[in-house]
Design a protein around this ligand. Structure first.
Ligand code: ATP
Ligand code: MG
Length: 400
């Protein structure tokens, strides 16, 4: 028999990592639902054309797409991200605005697999469609900041820039193109190729020789319109008011072509080259590109794999109570206690089989917060730390 393994760039996520994965999604859902964002589950594949709207010069489109013809001859693609699907859904269903949604699930990109970069990877994200208010840019950024704070991650930093409006972006693109062409000899071959297709994307390069050229490039902020500048100033003021720290990065353009005005990333220096854990911005042109009415929108997506690497230190949920049945005559009482605990929202399990002498040791091996002893007279005591936890308070209420 051949030895089967996961395909390159994909992985099985097993315990204890899988538990963190879920904790992560739960924290996210709690954070964004409290802010009024509703859950959307878009399909995992769409007609290829939906994703082509992300921009012809976008790597996701040109190099990384998992597209194929299905048995009916339809040209479809596994989604490389979910913003395009959210916008397609908006155009299809025309919900009332502002439409605020969140999503969570896998995306597919044909990339070179490496640490923190996979072909199937998960993202959580939010999108707010139908309002151009700079307060909304700040709101989604604040959600991201709260999300990291709730996860106990402090070493992620917000980096922010403005791309101006569509005209500004075009003008700047030309300016940058002349600068980069003048310095073409110092760029890597990859960046020279990118320069022809989309000069802005060269700023995205993390390669050393390119970085040197990029450091001297003109800044977009020097050439944006007064209204675009006003929008950006308002976003920054709101962030100040929310006490959210940021660093303005003149070179930040993001990988996708559809961004306008605000673009931002949350970055950590603890994951090497794959340090961007979240990316987002305003994409006022995308919905129109998909055949909808002109609709301003802002949002972000965070990669779970990279966050998972950062939250290795996040405590895995521990079983709170393990019941040890020390005398089989107490089985009825043990079951009753198990039910009571679970009803009270306390995670609980029971060891009631095998040699009664070995049950306690078995329980210890599972490392629960407390071990509850039950015999024919019912519950008679626990071992574990005596704290003010809901479990301990519950047990004290039972105390024999
Ligand atoms: P990068 O520059 O790292 O390729 P990107 O600009 O392609 O990122 P986005 O499309 O904005 O990334 O996606 C947002 C986030 O999703 C990224 O910051 C990252 O955390 C995560 N992400 C993107 N591609 C991958 C991948 N192939 N594997 C794991 N996570 C990814
Ligand atoms: Mg990428």
């Amino acid at each position: 028999m051949p030895e089967f393994k996961t395909s390159p760039g994909t992985r099985d996520i097993l315990a204890p990592h899988s538990a963190r994965w879920r904790a992560f999604q739960e924290v996210f859902a709690r954070t964004v639902e409290a802010a009024g964002y509703s859950y959307i589950i878009p399909p995992m594949f769409e007609d290829l054309d939906v994703f082509l709207r992300l921009g012809e010069a976008t790597e996701v489109v040109t190099k990384e797409m998992y597209d194929f013809h299905d048995k009916g001859g339809r040209h479809v693609a596994l989604r490389p991200e979910q913003t395009a699907s959210v916008c397609r859904a908006f155009v299809e269903h025309r919900p009332t605005t502002p439409w605020k949604v969140w999503y969570s699930g896998p995306n597919f990109r044909y990339e070179k697999p490496q640490q923190g970069r996979y072909r199937q990877f998960d993202q959580v994200g939010v999108e707010a469609l139908g309002a151009d208010d700079p307060l909304l840019d700040a709101e989604v950024i604040a959600l991201a900041a709260k999300f990291y704070a709730d996860l106990g991650l402090r070493k992620v930093h917000l980096s922010i820039n403005t791309l101006g409006d569509e005209g500004d972006r075009e003008k700047y693109s030309q300016q940058l193109s002349s600068y980069l062409t003048a310095n073409e000899k110092s760029l890597t071959a990859e960046s020279r190729a990118t320069l022809e297709r989309n000069p802005l994307r060269v700023l995205d390069s993390k390669r050393e020789p390119d970085q040197k050229v990029i450091a001297g490039a003109p800044a977009i902020r020097d050439s944006i319109s007064a209204t675009a500048n006003e929008h950006f100033e308002a976003v920054l003021q709101s962030l100040d008011a929310l006490n959210i720290k940021y660093e303005i990065n003149n070179r930040l353009v993001r990988g996708l072509d559809y961004y306008r005005h605000t673009a931002f990333e949350f970055v950590t220096d603890r994951l090497g080259a794959q340090g961007t854990v979240l990316g987002g911005g305003r994409y006022d042109g995308l919905i129109e590109n998909l055949g909808g009415p002109a609709t301003p929108a802002v949002g972000w997506a965070a990669g779970i794999e990279r966050l998972a690497m950062l939250i290795e230190q996040l405590p895995v949920q521990q079983l709170e109570a393990m019941i040890v049945l020390e005398n089989d005559a107490g089985l009825g009482q043990a079951f009753a206690l198990l039910r009571q605990l679970r009803q009270a929202g306390i995670s609980a399990d029971m060891i009631a089989t095998g040699s009664p002498k070995k049950r306690y040791d078995k329980a210890v091996k599972q490392n629960p917060a407390a071990i509850l002893r039950v015999n024919e007279n019912g519950y008679y005591g626990f071992s574990g730390e005596d704290t003010n936890s809901p479990l301990m308070n519950f047990l004290k209420s039972l105390a024999p």
